[in-house]
Design a binder for this molecule. Structure first.
Ligand code: NAD
Length: 257
């Protein structure tokens, strides 16, 4: 049985074939979903090219999550493709160079603000922009991606703070949208070599941690386990789960140093 049969899902964050979101879109389609992708700025044409590699056609719409006009038009743009929405994937993260790489004590507020706007606040903005298309009787699932923010990591710096905010925002969104039958959950993925990861100086230090601590072997070039987790959360198999963070990290979060 296909677990997303006839569900309408918006997937943000497809940039390359290594993007976690690309595999979420691919597996969602394989599981019966109708998928619309969103992208922004110069990435728009790249996303459109990558979308052609999905098993089925997926329209690409423009959405910069920091652009209030894009957000206010989102539900009417989506309505051209879907009568209603069953799933939303927030697979978006960005921090300026100055906010990463070990310069934590000297990063300026403007750079922190950008990281938090794109990576944290946008989770709420996206949910609210999509809400007019969600039908209470059908319910909906919102899924985001975090990197375990309960500890301080090498080099991750203000992105780690933004992710801690995302994890908290997920709990507040779950609190406030539960009455609308909307579930809000995050996948805490282990390190995966994507474009976003390449912008983190010293990413290989994460690889060392995972090689030495993961009970299950971890492959940094494999985004599929995280994508499978996200698709499972989009499905009807987690009907009473919200405000949750599911770790798809080979078990590292459970193991001491
Ligand atoms: P990626 O580079 O493929 O995806 C990041 C996406 O964010 C890109 O598609 C980019 O276009 C989009 N984006 C950035 N700014 C945006 C904006 N203003 N508006 C709309 N979209 C914007 O990398 P990825 O690793 O697949 O990242 C997806 C998510 O997974 C991110 O939230 C990331 O933090 C999270 N994550 C990644 C890892 C990892 O190791 N790669 C681990 C845990 C969590």
């Amino acid at each position: 049985m296909a677990i997303l049969q006839d569900k309408n899902v918006l997937v943000t964050g497809v940039l390359t074939e290594s993007s976690i979101a690309f595999h979420i879109a691919r597996i969602a389609q394989e599981q019966g979903a109708n998928v619309v992708l969103s992208s922004f700025g110069r990435a728009l044409s790249i996303t459109t090219r990558i979308a052609a590699r999905l098993p089925k056609p997926a329209p690409v719409i423009e959405l910069d999550v920091t652009n209030s006009e894009h957000l206010s038009n989102l539900s009417s743009v989506l309505k051209e493709h879907f009568p209603h929405l069953d799933g939303i994937v927030h697979s978006i993260g960005f921090a300026p160079e100055a906010a990463l790489g070990g310069n934590f004590l000297n990063t300026e507020w403007a750079d922190v603000a950008t990281a938090v706007h794109v990576s944290t606040f946008s989770y709420k903005s996206l949910a609210m922009a999509c809400k007019p298309l969600i039908q209470k009787e059908r319910g909906a699932s919102i899924v985001g991606l975090t990197f375990d923010a309960t500890v301080a990591w090498p080099k991750y710096d203000w992105m780690g703070v933004a992710k801690a905010g995302l994890e908290s925002a997920n709990r507040y969104l779950a609190r406030d949208l539960g009455s609308e039958n909307i579930r809000c959950n995050l996948i805490a993925a282990g390190p995966i070599k994507t474009m976003a990861a390449k912008s983190i100086p010293g990413f290989e230090q994460f690889e060392d941690v995972w090689n030495s601590r993961a009970p299950l072997s971890w492959d940094v070039s494999d985004p599929i386990p995280a994508a499978q987790g996200a698709v499972a959360l989009l499905s009807d198999f987690f009907p009473k789960t919200t405000g949750e963070i599911i770790h798809v990290d080979g078990g590292v979060h459970a193991i001491g140093g």
